[in-house]
Design a protein around this ligand. Sequence first.
Ligand code: ADP
Ligand code: MG
Length: 250
Amino acid sequence: MVHAEQVTKSFGELQILKGIDLQVFRGEVLCIIGPSGSGKSTFLRCINHLEKIDGGRLSVNGSLVGYRQNGDRLYELRDKDVCRERANIGMVFQHFNLFGHKTALENVIEGPVQVKGISKKKATEQGMALLERVGLGSRVHAYPYAMSGGQQQRVAIARALAMEPQLMLFDEPTSSLDPELVGEVLDVMKDLASSGMTMVVVTHEMGFAREVADGIVFIDNGCVVERGQPHDVLGNPQEERTRAFLSAVL
Ligand code: ADP
Ligand code: MG
């Protein structure tokens, strides 16, 4: 589903991704962990076409996102192809990013109606079902300001799912939530994982990673330092940098 080979990305003089190699298979849940500033969000943004890679090779769902080797011209998608590809990828951010002037349901049906051209009636039926699925069946007409952070994040997840994505990206989805609201969002993500969704999750929730992830990748300073199964990476890390990070967060 995601295949990265030696992916590099700089902002100005500063190289942020220094050759990321990583694969995510269909139906897999991959958790990315690592210190702040190590390039985790930048990498997710490359997967989702929000940033262009500078070098290496990145493909998503069998379709090439970017490619350049040895100073070749960068291969990149045309804008209309980017739109088509992005419609297959759902992304959930730390700060929900809901439309503040729209209700939960209006947020959820916006993409299907505007981007996919689905009828409002059909989108509404599907939107109600999705909000039900994330435990918000009784809040469909609520506005974001009237909802808790946990509820808003569940709306954001329902909104991403409404596009029927083949891949879901989560960038620290619980990092801005009060501790007592983290569980309700993680529960929705667990449910999604067990439904077979392919997910890449940047998170500091090690309990979630241990329980739900099929694989864990530790990224530091723009490089993949260590990868493996959760019980190995979290329980018996091989690299000193992984050990130092884990002892600071666990
Ligand atoms: P992480 O998600 O692991 O905390 P990021 O990918 O957000 O790390 O950021 C890695 C580095 O890249 C940071 O030093 C950040 O300041 C820098 N960075 C991210 N986006 C941009 C940008 N658009 N322009 C310049 N620097 C950026
Ligand atoms: Mg980040």
